[in-house]
Design a protein around this ligand. Structure first.
Ligand code: PEP
Ligand code: MG
Length: 577
C-alpha cells in the first residue's frame, strides 16, 4: 500500500526546493550515525566506546588544568561537574549494554541512553536539578564527537549519497554549525522563528528550510519521501508522482534562476540613476569567506564573532581569536571586515555561560555580558585590535542601549589599546568603532550614538523583536513579527537620517537587508549600505540595479505613514512592481 500523502505548513526561512528522504534527529544535539553491527565487530565497538570515554576524560582534565585567568568563575565548577557525569555508570557503562544486546553502533547507543536520561531529568520537580540535563547533553556531545572522529565498521548497505532531509523538533545555532559539515539537502523543525539565529544560519548555508511546523517530528517517519519548499514554507510528505514531477520542475527552474544571477557578480552595484549602493556580507566563521567572494561582496559588514565560542567548553584565548580574526582580515584582500564583539546570550548560549535567565533576550546578553566580564572582553578587544594590523578591520559593539554602556565600551577599548602599546604590539590606531542600533532606545537616541561613534549598523532582527515585544525565536508569535510595522520603519529611517546628519555611514545588517522584497523600501528610506548573508546578495543586487531612487522614495515614505496591513501589502506590491 503506498504511504499516505499529506502536507504541513510552517514558515519558509530559506529558499529553494529540496526533495529527499526524512532523517529524524534524535534529541542528541549532534546528529549521529545509526546502524546495526555484525556480531563479530561488537568487541571492537565496545573498545572504541571505552577509548572515546577515556579521550573525553583526558580532554576535560586538560581543560581544567588550563583555564585562562580571564575565564568566568563558573568554568571550573562546570568542568568538575562534567567529569563527574562522565564517570557515572549511566554514561560510561550503560551504552555498552545496549551495544551488546541490540548490536547498535556506539554513537546510537549513547544517543539512546542520553534520551533516556534526559527524560528522567524532565520528571524532576526542582528546576535547578532539572536543568542539569543540559550538562548531560553536553558531556554526551563531547563523547560523540570523540567517537565520530574514529568511525567504526560501517555496514555496506548504508547509502550516504542519497539526499537526506533532517527533521528535528528544535535546532540551536550551535547545532547548525555542526551541520555545516554534515550534508543534508534541507532541514525542517517544529519550533523556531524566521529571524532566529538558526534560521539565519540556514539562509547563509543556502539550505531550503521550513520552521514552526509544530508536529513534523511526530508525524513524519524515518525514510518518508519529502518535498521541502523553503520559499512558501510547505513540506509535502510522501507526494504522489504528479506532485513530485511538478516540484522537480520547480527545483530546476530555481537552479536556473540562481545560476543566471551569478552573471551579476562583477557588475557595479548602483541604482538606475547612478546612486552607488554598498553590498556587504554577514559571516559566522572563516569558512564563509568563499561564499563572500563568490557573491562579489564589497566586504564583510557583520562578522558574528560569538560563533567561535560555541560548541566548546573552553574559551578561545587571545592568540586563537587573533589568528581567526587575522585570517578573515587577510582573506578579504584589502576589503573591510566588521568584527562584532561577542553577542552571546539569548539563543546563543555558551556552555560555560551564566545561568539562563527567564527572559534571556532581555538579560545579560551581548555588550551587557562583556561589560560584566571585563577579562573576557579585554581578551577579545586585544585580539580584534591586533588583527587590525593585518587588514581593514572595523569593530562593532552589539546591543548598546544607553550612554553608560557606550562610554564604558569606549573606555574598555582605550584600555585594550593602551595595553597593546605597552606590550609593543601593533594595531590600527584609527580603527573605526561602530555601534549596532538594535534596541529602540538606541534608535531614538541615534543622533547621539552617531556623534560618538564612527559608523552605525542597524540590527533589524533585534530592533523588530524589541520594538514589537516579539521573541524572534518563538514560533507561536512569529506571525506578529512584522518588519513593515511603521514604528519599526520609523526607527530605521530616523537612524539613517541621524547618521547622514552626523556624516557617519549607516548600514542595515539584519535580515531585512537580505530580503529582496524589501530592498526598494530600504532604498526609499535612504539606506545606501546593506549587509546580508552572501546567499541572497545577488538577488538584492538585482533589485538595486532595477531601481530608481526617485521612484522608490515617495512610496517608501507612504509606507512609513501607513498602519493598515492591507494597504501596506498593496504599497509594497506597487514598490516592487
Ligand atoms: C540583528 O539583530 O539584526 C543582527 C544583525 O544581529 P543578530 O541577528 O546576530 O542578533
Ligand atoms: Mg542582534
Amino acid at each position: 500500500m503506498p504511504a499516505t500523502s499529506f502536507s504541513l505548513h510552517g514558515i519558509g526561512v530559506s529558499g529553494g526546493i529540496a526533495i529527499g528522504y526524512a532523517h529524524l534527529a534524535s534529541n542528541a544535539r549532534v546528529e549521529v550515525p545509526q546502524y546495526m553491527l555484525d556480531r563479530k565487530y561488537i568487541k571492537d565497538e565496545l573498545a572504541r566506546f571505552d577509548e572515546a570515554i577515556m579521550a573525553t576524560r583526558a580532554e576535560l582534565e586538560n581543560l581544567r588544568e588550563h583555564i585562562p585567568s580571564n575565564a568566568p568563575a563558573e568554568l571550573s565548577a562546570f568542568l568538575d561537574m562534567h567529569l563527574m557525569f562522565l564517570g557515572d555508570s549511566m554514561i560510561a557503562e550503560e551504552p555498552k549494554r545496549l551495544i551488546r544486546e541490540t548490536q547498535c553502533n556506539a554513537e546510537w547507543a549513547l544517543a539512546q541512553q542520553m534520551e533516556a536520561l534526559v527524560a528522567r531529568f524532565e520528571e524532576i520537580d526542582d528546576p535547578y536539578l532539572r536543568s542539569r540535563q543540559e550538562d548531560v547533553v553536553q558531556v554526551v556531545q563531547r563523547v560523540l564527537k570523540a567517537l565520530m572522529g574514529h568511525p567504526s565498521h560501517l555496514p555496506l548497505d548504508v547509502d550516504f549519497d542519497s539526499e537526506r532531509i533532517l527533521v528535528a523538533h528544535e535546532l540551536t545555532p550551535a547545532d547548525m554549525v555542526i551541520f555545516k559539515n554534515v550534508h543534508f539537502a534541507a532541514f525542517i523543525t517544529d519550533l523556531g522563528g524566521a529571524t532566529s539565529h538558526t534560521a539565519i544560519l540556514a539562509r547563509s548555508m543556502a539550505m531550503p528550510s521550513v520552521m514552526a511546523l509544530h508536529t513534523a517530528r511526530g508525524l513524519i517517519r524515518d525514510h518518508d519521501l519529502l518535498i521541502v519548499d523553503g520559499r512558501d514554507g510547505v513540506v509535502i510528505v510522501n507526494p504522489d508522482e504528479s506532485v513530485l514531477a511538478e516540484y522537480r520542475l520547480r527545483q530546476n527552474q530555481w537552479r536556473i534562476d540562481t545560476d543566471k544571477l551569478k552573471r551579476l557578480k562583477s557588475s557595479k552595484s548602483a541604482t538606475l540613476d547612478g546612486t552607488p549602493v554598498e553590498l556587504m556580507a554577514n559571516i559566522e566563521l572563516l569558512d564563509d569567506i568563499d561564499a563572500v567572494k563568490a557573491a562579489g561582496a564589497q566586504g564583510v559588514g557583520l562578522f558574528r564573532s560569538e560563533f567561535l565560542f560555541l560548541n566548546r567548553d573552553d574559551l578561545p584565548d587571545e592568540e586563537e581569536q587573533f589568528e581567526s580574526y587575522k585570517a578573515v582580515a587577510e582573506a578579504l584582500d584589502g576589503k573591510p571586515v566588521t568584527i562584532r564583539t561577542l553577542d552571546l546570550g539569548a539563543d546563543k548560549q555558551a556552555p560555560w555561560g551564566h545561568t539562563v535567565a527567564d527572559n534571556p533576550a532581555l538579560g545579560l546578553r551581548a555588550i551587557r555580558l562583556c561589560l560584566a566580564e571585563p577579562g573576557l572582553f579585554h581578551t577579545q578587544l586585544r585580539a580584534i585590535l591586533r588583527a587590525s594590523a593585518h587588514g581593514r578591520v572595523r569593530m562593532l559593539i552589539p546591543m548598546l542601549a544607553s550612554f553608560t554602556e557606550l562610554r564604558q565600551s569606549l573606555q574598555r577599548i582605550d584600555e585594550a589599546k593602551a595595553s597593546l602599546r605597552k606590550d609593543g604590539l601593533k594595531f590600527d590606531e584609527g580603527i573605526p568603532i561602530g555601534g549596532m542600533i538594535e534596541v529602540p532606545a538606541a534608535a531614538l537616541s541615534a543622533a547621539f550614538f552617531a556623534e560618538q561613534l564612527d559608523f552605525l549598523s542597524i540590527g533589524t532582527n533585534d530592533l523588530i523583536q524589541y520594538t514589537l515585544a516579539i521573541d524572534r525565536a518563538d514560533d507561536s508569535v512569529a506571525h506578529l513579527y512584522d518588519p513593515l510595522n511603521p514604528a519599526v520603519l520609523g526607527l530605521v529611517q530616523q537612524t539613517i537620517r541621524a547618521g547622514a546628519k552626523a556624516g557617519k555611514p549607516v548600514s542595515v545588517c539584519g535580515e531585512m537587508a537580505g530580503d529582496p522584497l524589501l530592498t526598494r523600501l530600504l532604498l526609499g528610506l535612504g539606506l545606501r549600505s546593506f549587509s546580508m548573508h552572501p546567499a541572497s546578495l545577488l538577488q538584492v543586487k538585482q533589485q538595486v540595479l532595477k531601481s530608481h531612487i526617485e521612484d522608490v522614495t515617495p512610496i517608501a515614505q507612504k509606507l512609513l505613514k501607513n498602519i493598515d496591513p492591507e494597504k501596506t501589502a498593496a504599497l509594497l506590491a506597487r514598490l516592487n512592481g
